[in-house]
Design a protein. Sequence first.
Length: 190
Amino acid sequence: MNTPVAPIYEKSKFRTHLSLRRKTRKQRYSEKMKSSQYLPITIACVNFMHDGNLAFLMRAAACFGVKDIHVIGSVPERADLKHLSGSTCDFINIVQHSTPAEFIEWANKNDTKIVSAEMCSKSVKLRNYKFDFHQKVCIFTGHETSGVPGEVIHVSDCVEIDMPGPGFCLNTSQAANIVLYEATKQFLEK
Ligand SMILES: C[S@@+](CC[C@H](N)C(=O)[O-])C[C@H]1O[C@@H](n2cnc3c(N)ncnc32)[C@H](O)[C@@H]1O
């Protein structure tokens, strides 16, 4: 005879905010907008091989309160980004630049410090890096194979994320998210 197995948890205690949703997506966004805050932080990248990477950056930007994403080169179709970003692309402004030099000129003219996520000889550990919010901050993340353009590295502060595991390189949008989290944390704790 099969002995009934006692439930190890009471389901109702484990309901998440997802299962408690009563409002439409539009209602939820318009309510969140009322208390939203935008940070003095932007993100920048080159045109990725995978559209998903830009879409994931957009999603993180919308959640953390970053309005502008700078892209050097071409930008995927809005419809593709909408799908891949869970519609968060509606909250993001894309600023396109044709070359790294044009992007650097924009940063100089707009009192913006570029902080590149990159593993290179001038990198410091992200955990030791203090963001300086006297200037606006732009977090640059590299191309999937070629990394951050050399001209950008040259004028940036470079930060490296610890990777104690056997892997030797994070996905670019995930690396940007980690740097963005650290910058946001430091800004909110100021
Ligand atoms: C797949 S990696 C690029 C690797 C490229 N083959 C190279 O050697 O530069 C894509 C991007 O993710 C970011 N990234 C990945 N791991 C990182 C880490 N541990 N610290 C900082 N940035 C990282 C960098 O911006 C890097 O350019």
